[in-house]
Design a protein around this ligand. Structure first.
Ligand code: HEC
Ligand code: HEC
Length: 239
């Protein structure tokens, strides 16, 4: 037995284990790696439709979530954004105890399943009747949006695929309110630090005004579902 070799094996082994623990303790890195892997894979949309069955319980077959904002609309979201949010939720870089069990390796799979389900969700047509805010302070909301949000989220809330900036047009107002508050108070850990700096000091009036304005930004016609559309891929879903 070569003692020196044994010793060096032990050293290398502990280093590798140490690095492994470090990776687990850094959910943002773990998520970033998964995002990279999912982005490189070729998606299979048919398998994506199958995987999406898991998501219909909460996000509904149409992917429009719930009007009360408990479950967000995800239909039509930009692929890069869905990939990042899924990876963050799986790695516990964004807390979502309700959904996380449904994204476990056993039930859901890995990076390939992310790529697949994302290709399915991103092409689903969006809700033409999302919940909007009370409509009392839209001028104030619009001014705040132009001054603080356009550079990143775009003039119509269309987001940015390459920078993984979410599309926020057509989203339900109560969900927008909750996320914005969680981004502001740090509860959403994966938020963008530059955005956090930009919105520091927003008052409750500012928040509801700007979110009301955002909830009324219309997606383009080719992203919207026709009136009365129900997802034909899930005919047996009890509505
Ligand atoms: C048990 C309910 C439940 C299931 C099942 C579920 N989700 Fe979710 N999902 C949620 C909730 C609740 C949120 C919002 C949490 C919050 O407010 O931060 C969410 C958020 C998301 C988001 C982030 C949306 C955004 O705008 O940032 C994505 C993407 C998502 N889910 C995708 C999926 C996919 C894909 C599946 C199926 C594999 C799935 N979800 C299954 C409950 C669920
Ligand atoms: C510096 C760029 C930047 C600015 C400025 C910015 N955001 Fe964001 N915003 C982001 C990024 C990036 C995310 C996604 C972060 C993540 O991965 O969770 C985000 C997330 C959000 C979300 C959550 C979306 C979802 O689907 O969960 C909302 C709502 C939002 N921003 C609204 C706004 C509003 C309104 C303003 C202006 C008052 C604003 N943002 C300013 C970059 C920005």
């Amino acid at each position: 037995m070569n003692c020196r070799k044994l010793f060096s094996d032990i050293v290398v082994g502990s280093l590798v284990m140490g690095l492994g623990t470090l990776a687990l303790a850094q959910p943002d890195l773990e998520a970033a790696r998964e995002v990279e892997r999912a982005l490189e894979l070729t998606p299979d949309i048919n398998n994506g439709r199958r995987v999406y069955t898991l998501c219909t319980v909460c996000h509904r077959p149409e992917g429009w979530g719930s009007a009360d904002g408990r479950y967000p609309g995800i239909a039509g979201q930009l692929s890069g954004v869905i990939i990042k949010q899924l990876a963050d939720i799986r790695a516990r870089n964004r807390d979502n105890p309700t959904m996380r069990p449904f994204t476990s390796p056993q039930l859901f799979g890995g990076a390939q399943e992310i790529a697949d389900v994302v290709s399915y969700i991103s092409q689903l047509p969006m809700d033409p009747n999302n919940t909007v805010g009370p409509g009392m302070d839209l001028g104030h909301g619009e001014r705040l949006y132009r001054e603080n949000c356009v550079d990143c989220h775009g003039d119509q809330g269309q987001g940015d695929e390459t920078d993984q900036i979410p599309l926020i047009q057509g989203q339900n107002y109560p969900y927008l309110m909750r996320q914005f508050q969680w981004i502001l108070n740090g509860r959403r850990r994966n938020s963008d630090p530059k955005m956090v700096r930009q919105i520091k000091g927003f008052s409750p009036r500012d928040i509801s005004g700007v979110m009301d304005y955002v909830s009324r930004l219309r997606p383009p016609a080719d992203k919207l579902a026709a009136p009365g559309w129900l997802n034909p891929d899930f005919p047996k879903y009890a509505r």
